[in-house]
Design a protein. Structure first.
Length: 147
């Protein structure tokens, strides 16, 4: 097993370069899951994502956003809205007036809605024959990892 280097992500978050940190988070997640060539994760990749790496990413986001951003924040909101992805998206600002934001239109500032970041994630859901975005798809894994 190769150790993952999170120093770049930590530097980006420490300097509040949230868009670059979001992109680095996604790059690291693809690398950890050995899915860089595909550019997206499968349900299996999420189910097997190492808890240590998920915890490290989450802790870095929490630490450098004063607890506003991170997968565990998204999971807490997801649970609060009765595990509805649509309600989560509305709550964290991924959907506005019923329309999904494009990545370029996301807010990459500390004043973004709580849970807004990290956002860059693409997951293939074969049962729905579509790509889905956002970190809430890690909610079951966060439970498995006690986050």
């Amino acid at each position: 097993m190769v150790e993952t280097d999170y120093r770049k992500l930590q530097r980006l978050l420490a300097t509040q370069q949230f868009k670059a940190a979001d992109q680095e988070t996604w790059r690291l997640m693809l690398w950890v899951a050995s899915r860089e060539n595909e550019g997206w994760l499968r349900k299996l990749d999420i189910e097997q994502f190492p808890c240590r790496d998920l915890r490290t990413i989450d802790q870095l986001w929490l630490q450098h956003s004063n607890g506003r951003f991170g997968f565990s924040v998204q999971k807490r909101i997801y649970d609060e809205v009765r595990k509805s992805y649509i309600l989560l998206a509305n709550h964290v600002g991924w959907r506005v007036n019923g329309d999904w934001l494009e990545y370029e239109d996301c807010s990459f500032e500390l004043r973004a809605p709580v849970g807004h970041l990290p956002w860059r994630a693409e997951v293939w859901w074969p049962s729905q024959l579509r790509m889905a975005r956002g970190g809430s798809f890690f909610a079951p894994r966060l439970v498995d990892c006690n986050l």
